[in-house]
Design a protein around this ligand. Structure first.
Ligand code: UD1
Length: 420
């Protein structure tokens, strides 16, 4: 197993390229199930979760080639409709194959993804919506066994809670359903918007794109023809590097970004004293005379993303006072707290609220990555800790960050990947 060794206390400088968004690429890969042709997908981030989704598609009968940052996927050959536990357990987003398989084949068996470190993460809203579209669903031996022999039918769905992958699953299911599906309280994340735009550009008329109310005109099982897709930039990877610039109080530039997707992150950093230069596809963060404390509450897009909560907690440890961080989406997304505490952080936890004391110097330690974004918070803290930090179990990081250590080295950080 690999771990990262980081020597703290160095300023960063220079430029780094941001990869394509993992969370946009995953539904796009699932979308190939709805296509009758080979789909070329570019700006695909070469991270573990993408490889998992490609092997799931291959297991279902698709073929693919993957070179540089483009994959060509031919899912017209999919014949197997069982998404096996062995693959699904590696990545919750495998559930994104449920809607496409069911709407194309009229039946499928997808392993339940189970809980994960950050919370229970049920899929009840995905299942309820598919049932409303006419599916019969049973849970058998850990699998969602779904059937709709005559195809799914458009209807009105109101999501009780905003769900990103739930919205994506139903959007893809609705694309091949019979008639019109109205989704009320849909997620508005840029990754959902890109999925809708691709569909809308290729024969699935969607009204309300970017809003929380979508109307999707289904194609009654007529497969799609989508030749090429370019994945949008990863707003969470970009936000993490902005935090790397902020925590070390350095000037760095990110290329290949879409800063309109980063507004809540940029506004919070401005509140903490940082300035920015924004260009069409790049963004520069500039040092702050004093890092100011800030309060944060995670919420759905365009609010402050839960996927940036851990990184901002690391940053808040360097601020001039106490910051209050409230996690509203996932019940157990504070596992980085105990690891940060091992580095000298003073953080009080009260249910879903963390009170983070700034101005405490951090010391290098051996710490354990617990989930994807928590892991990056530990790396950020290590950049400013005294001495050496070793971050173990970094397979979590490899699920979502492209060559994190190489990009940080390029910015001047003293970080290396070693074997346990
Ligand atoms: C997606 C992102 C993840 C991000 C999260 C919230 C992907 C692959 N992952 O995860 O990085 O942290 O959005 O922005 O895009 N819920 C239910 N029942 C359901 C579905 C969700 O109760 O059927 C709850 C969840 O437990 C959670 C909330 O709704 O409390 C939001 O979850 P959701 O948006 O579904 O997260 P994911 O799509 O799994």
């Amino acid at each position: 197993m690999d771990y990262l060794e980081i020597e703290g206390g160095n300023k960063l400088s220079g430029t780094v390229d941001i990869a394509g968004a993992k969370n946009a690429a995953l539904p796009i890969l699932a979308l190939t199930i709805l296509c009758q042709n080979e789909v070329k997908i570019c700006n695909l981030p070469p991270v573990f979760d993408i490889k998992t989704m490609l092997s799931l598609l291959e297991n279902l009968g698709a073929t693919y080639t993957y070179q540089d940052d483009c994959a060509t996927v031919d899912a017209s050959t999919v014949h197997n409709t069982e998404a096996k536990y062995d693959i699904v357990r590696k990545m919750r987003a495998s559930i994104l194959t449920l809607g496409p398989l069911l709407t194309r084949f009229g039946h499928c068996e997808v392993s339940l993804p189970g809980g994960c470190a950050i919370g229970q993460r049920p899929i009840d809203l995905h299942l309820k919506a598919l049932e409303q579209m006419g599916a019969h669903i049973e849970i058998k031996q850990g699998y969602v066994v779904a059937s709709a022999p005559d195809g799914l039918k458009g209807t009105t769905i109101i999501f009780d809670k905003i769900t990103v992958t739930g919205s994506e699953n139903i959007i893809m299911a609705a694309a091949l359903a019979k008639g019109e599906t109205k989704i009320i309280n849909a997620a508005k994340e840029p990754e959902v918007v890109q999925l809708c735009e691709i569909l809308n550009d290729h024969g699935v008329l969607i009204k309300g794109i970017g809003s929380d109310e979508l109307i999707i005109h289904g194609r009654d099982r007529t497969l799609l023809n989508i030749p090429e897709i370019t994945v949008i930039p990863d707003r969470i990877e970009a936000g993490t590097y902005l935090c790397a610039g902020a925590i070390t109080n350095s000037q760095i530039t990110l290329n290949k970004v879409n800063h309109s997707h980063l507004i809540s992150t940029i506004l919070k950093l401005q509140e903490m004293g940082f300035d920015f230069d924004l260009h069409e596809e790049s963004i520069t963060i500039k040092p702050s005379a004093k890092i100011l404390h800030a309060n944060i509450a995670t919420t759905e897009y365009p609010g402050f993303p839960t996927d940036m909560q851990a990184q901002f907690m690391a940053l808040a440890l360097q601020a001039d006072g106490t910051s209050i961080i409230e996690e509203r989406l996932f019940e157990n997304r504070f596992m980085h707290v105990s690891e940060l505490t091992r580095m000298g952080a003073v953080i009080q936890l009260n249910n879903n609220i963390a009170t983070v004391e700034g101005n405490h110097s951090l010391n290098g330690a051996d710490v354990m990555a617990t989930d994807l974004r928590a892991s990056s918070a530990l790396v950020l803290a290590a950049l400013v800790a005294n001495g050496t930090t070793r971050v173990h179990r970094i397979y979590h990081l490899d699920r979502g960050y492209v060559s994190l250590e190489k990009k940080l080295q390029q910015l001047g950080a003293k970080i290396k990947r070693l074997k346990e």
